[in-house]
Ligand binder design. Structure first.
Ligand SMILES: [Zn+2]
Length: 396
């Protein structure tokens, strides 16, 4: 992003004393590298009527801030909460794609929608911000391969097989680990295997974030192409059902896939959930009264309340270093070729410290360099690994 580089030179010219060279190096690398984030839920805020073409005062992302954070390619998540049953999941997912297309068209001098690595390359050469689409949860395809193909045609380049809700053909991590739920079947059903094969044929990335372990292992037996985890972290560091165990990480490496690390405090810090519960209990009356006023939508409500309670949340937020530990762990266990960024910005209501929003992404580059990662390694983590896996999955 050229504008940032110029302003950086200016900052260095104006600054006095030591330290500027080191800072310049990490920012120079950060803005020179291609940065991809595989999971952002800002579409939910667009559904609430917000215009992300301009700087917004809350949440984690909008176009000006994405550019300021050095993001080159953002995969916007198309997510239909299963309890929103006003219209079919399929129609709702299509409406979200319409919204993103409208955003791209209105900002066409700055933004483009990419469906392939070739299109990414062209848009980046034109100096444009690249938007891509990921479908979170298989429920909008209505158990219909034709609808899967329809989403591919519209530009969807990964599908997370399940969200927290299972589909008829794949069980989620939430359902597989719920002791009160007596599932008749766990893992991937025969139709689920057909879906995986069809995604392989189409060149759509299979996203295993959110799926249960049994589904995961079934997928790994069927897929002929690398898989991704678009927004998951490390189970060994934080044993949450949404995270990946060491044997899963190793299997993803063998398969050539990539794990994109989720920034959710509850997924990166095993002490966070209890701290948050204690804090919410302490301020229960205030939270209850805020919840009545901020937003009708349940998803947006928790985000808006967290925004209004920044000071109360601050002491319990994990450090940036806790987040970097997850990148480091995956890189050390399975190699630097298999890790990337899947922030979940605007899908999580709290973030680690020094990672308040997308503008703080350069801090990741700084911390990785500090931990001894080479420039080439950092480039892979920031975006190179994504571009490789996309090229391997897409049909040429
Ligand atoms: Zn998710």
């Amino acid at each position: 992003m050229k504008i940032q580089e110029y302003s950086l030179v200016l900052v260095c010219l104006l600054s006095v004393g030591n330290g500027c060279d080191r800072n310049t190096d990490y920012r120079k690398l950060h803005f020179d590298a291609t940065l991809v984030d595989t999971h952002n839920d800002v579409v939910q805020r667009m559904l609430g009527g917000e215009d992300i073409s301009v700087r917004t005062s809350h949440g984690h992302s909008d176009l000006p801030r994405l550019l300021e954070g050095g993001v080159d390619i953002e995969m916007f998540s198309i997510w239909v909460p299963p309890e929103r049953v006003t219209r079919s999941y399929y129609d709702q997912a299509n409406e979200q794609i319409d919204l993103i297309e409208g955003f791209v068209q209105r900002n066409s001098t700055q933004v483009g929608l990419a469906r392939s690595s070739e299109e990414i390359e062209r848009l980046l050469k034109e100096g444009k911000f690249v938007t891509m689409l990921g479908l979170e949860g298989g429920h909008p395809i209505d158990n219909d391969l034709k609808k899967l193909e329809h989403f591919y045609e519209r530009g969807v380049r990964y599908m997370t097989l399940t969200w927290n809700n299972s589909t008829d053909w794949a069980t989620s991590a939430k359902d597989e680990t719920d002791p009160n739920l007596k599932l008749e079947r766990k893992g991937l059903a025969e139709f689920g295997k057909q879906i995986v094969r069809r995604m392989n044929e189409l060149g759509m990335m299979i996203d295993i974030s959110h799926v249960g372990e049994l589904t995961f292992w079934d997928v790994m037996k069927v897929t002929t192409k690398p898989v991704i985890a678009s927004h998951s972290s490390v189970w060994t560091l934080c044993p949450h059902r949404r995270n990946l165990k060491d044997d899963q990480l190793k299997a993803i490496a063998t398969n050539g896939g990539v794990v994109f690390i989720n920034f959710n405090p509850g997924f990166i810090d095993s002490t966070y959930a209890a701290k948050e519960a204690t804090m919410q209990e302490k301020y229960k009356a205030r939270i209850d009264s805020l919840e009545k006023t901020v937003a009708a939508d349940e998803f947006l409500r928790s985000q808006y309340v967290a925004d209004l309670m920044k000071d109360e949340y601050f002491p319990i937020r994990p450090s940036l270093s806790t987040l970097i530990d997850h990148f480091d762990y995956v890189a050390k266990l399975i190699g630097v070729d298999h890790v990337g960024i899947g922030s979940d910005f605007d899908g999580i209501h709290v973030t680690p410290r020094d990672m308040d929003d997308v503008t703080h992404l350069p801090n990741i580059t700084r911390e990785l360099l500090k931990r001894g990662y080479s420039e080439d390694d950092v480039r892979k983590i920031l975006g190179g690994n994504f571009l490789r896996v996309l090229r391997e999955v897409e049909v040429h």
